[in-house]
Design a protein. Structure first.
Lengths: 181, 411
């Protein structure tokens, strides 16, 4: 067996190359728990380097994979922290709503169809705001917009999403604010 | 009415696609090497290798190559210098060994640390650190925590590593030499690195750091197999841009995390010793690789011409490492190789494998079964004045198994 110095070097490379991005991913989800962010990022990097989480380059770039991995770790951590503190996971997050009779697969397909009707920039905004929960400033930097422009586009995107989801028999709203058309 | 979290609905494939679309992308249209194609590529490489080996080409890739004792293959005209005498010392529970290599105007110094103690003390390498932590003082670095346990080097939870901080300085006739990093062919000094990555980067305040790892049972260190049971190990490195070596050599200083003096010694560098060798060349889709076996047959190294680009999106063949090498004795017995030296930088690739100590019979051949080739694409931006603005590197790895690549030694 060989001392895995390659893994060290690889982890250091990934850290140097992606630290800011992964830090943004973790902090956007663990905003109330900044002290957990760094550990979350390191967890994700080590999971990737040690091979515990296999990356298939056909499915996406290394950067993409690390972001998804870090996001997953951050959400897991947030769930554990929230359960321990008996706090709600999020009190301002948008949710998708569907009738009780609708199968989960059908809801998912409906969401995918709605997302497919967005243009690329709208989908980027959806991903960064709704999935990664990035603040407006970070989204603005990623998309070349001001924070104000991000907020305005987000408001328009929300309205458009509601319309598109409604065509699929789905709704969208804040928690405890059902909204179906 | 049911409520769904977006993420719980979308599967991993959806997330990967959406994330890849959303984030600032690297070069467009990067063709990815499919893992499924590896098998076909390996067969192709093997077929080409058989054709090439029919004549055991001596000139190889056109580059004149030499075999440096204890290091491996390098170009004939590479301006390499190494330490004149080994530098090592023991302090507390720790052993230290210095390696230094200079290529052109760039000198890299490695400080290897190891401990044979299962629970080594930390005062030697981090004097006053545990006391400071227990007193609730600031750790001085925002990104690394230290567990206040009896043995701070043993990490709790999922983290495997802890960090050691040094301030490393190289002086020529009392003048500190510029420290930084070589990224491709671009030199970036510490201040520029800090400007890119922010003041919380680990190069702030001229601090170099290393991770100390607890080894797994049975793990060995390249080049240090004779040490036996090493529990903790790590290396801290620093690269400096230098001019002409002073007659009395360089002074190397290691200060601790509070910038108090720890150790100081003289570095004198000389041209490395060379060995005769036997060479055999194989062509892979990523380029030609030469396997060099030293005259006594007891060490193997690889050479690849890094100046040749694979293609515009791949960059150049950057390193060649073996996962399966056997030294074959005159009796036909096969002995698995052990890693002996591994130093890859932007300026050179020096990788060597050695016959194990238990092999006492003469070596008749070396067989390479499994290699990993890495390509590297560098992208950089410099200002009109030549100041580096950013550098990005994109590595890719390719594995080739069941090669049956045998280098026969002359009788």
């Amino acid at each position: 067996m060989v001392w895995d110095r390659d893994q060290e070097a690889e982890a250091a490379r990934i850290y140097r190359q992606y630290r800011r991005l992964l830090d943004t991913v973790a902090r956007s989800i663990l905003a109330q728990h900044p002290e957990d962010c760094e550990e979350c990022v390191q967890d994700a990097i080590w999971a990737y380097v040690s091979g515990a989480d296999k990356w298939n380059p056909e499915r996406g770039s290394e950067q993409t994979y690390l972001c998804v991995l870090t996001r997953s770790r951050a959400r897991d951590r947030l769930r554990r922290l929230s359960a321990r503190r008996e706090e709600p996971l999020a009190d301002h997050q948008d949710y998708l709503t569907a009738g009780d009779q609708m199968e989960r697969e059908a809801v998912r397909d409906g969401l995918r169809r709605a997302l497919a009707e967005l243009n690329r920039e709208e989908r980027r905004l959806f991903t960064l705001r709704f999935l990664y929960q990035w603040p407006s400033q970070e989204i603005g930097q990623a998309m070349g917009l001001s924070a104000g422009a991000v907020d305005a586009r987000t408001a328009r995107l929300r309205k458009k999403l509601k319309r598109l989801l409604a065509r699929q028999g789905l709704g969208m709203g804040k928690e405890r604010e059902d909204e179906t058309l | 009415m049911r409520h769904y979290d977006w993420t719980e609905l979308l599967d991993e494939e959806d997330l990967l696609q959406l994330t890849g679309e959303a984030l600032p992308e690297r070069p467009a249209d990067r063709r990815r090497w499919s893992w499924r194609k590896l098998g076909a590529a390996a067969a192709c490489a093997a077929l080409l290798a058989c054709v090439m080996n029919a004549g055991a080409i001596a000139a190889g890739a056109g580059q004149l190559i030499r075999y440096l004792a204890g290091m491996g293959a390098a170009e004939e005209d590479a301006a390499l210098l190494v330490l004149e005498e080994p530098i090592q010392w023991t302090s507390g529970d720790w052993m230290f060994q210095v390696k230094a290599i200079q290529e052109g105007e760039y000198l890299t110094v490695d400080i290897d640390h190891f401990s044979l103690e299962e629970y080594p003390e930390t005062e030697t390498i981090l004097p006053g650190r545990v006391a400071a932590l227990e007193a609730g003082e600031s750790l001085g670095h925002p990104y690394y925590t230290w567990q206040a346990t009896e043995n701070p080097l043993l990490t709790q939870g999922r983290q495997r590593y802890d960090a050691v901080y040094y301030n490393l300085q190289l002086l020529a006739e009392g003048v500190p030499q510029e420290r930084g990093a070589l990224q491709g062919d671009l030199w970036v000094n510490d201040q520029q690195i800090e400007g890119w990555l922010g003041p919380d980067h680990f190069h702030v305040n001229d601090v170099a750091m290393t991770y100390l790892a607890r080894l797994l049972p049975g793990e060995t260190l390249p080049g240090y197999a004779e040490l036996g049971d090493v529990w903790c190990a790590g290396t801290v490195s620093a690269t400096f841009r230098v001019g002409e070596q002073p007659e009395e050599g360089y002074t190397f200083r290691i200060n601790d995390w509070k910038d108090d003096a720890l150790w100081e010694f003289t570095l004198r560098l000389v041209p490395p010793a060379q060995l005769s060798y036997t060479k055999d060349v194989r062509r892979f889709p990523q380029g030609e690789v030469a396997a060099l076996v030293s005259q006594d047959g007891r060490s193997l190294s690889f050479y690849a011409d890094r100046t040749l680009a694979v293609n515009a999106t791949e960059g150049n063949l950057w390193s060649v490492r073996a996962k399966e090498v056997s030294f074959i004795g005159a009796s036909g017995t096969r002995y698995p190789a052990q890693p002996s030296y591994d130093r890859t930088s932007s300026a050179y690739m020096l990788i060597e494998y050695a016959a194990p100590p238990e092999m006492t019979e003469p070596v008749s051949a070396v067989e390479i079964g499994h290699v990993v080739l890495e390509t590297m694409l560098f992208q950089k931006s410099v200002s009109d004045t030549g100041a580096p603005q950013w550098v990005r590197s994109f590595p890719r790895s390719y594995e080739y198994e069941n090669l049956h690549w045998t280098v026969q030694l002359p009788r």
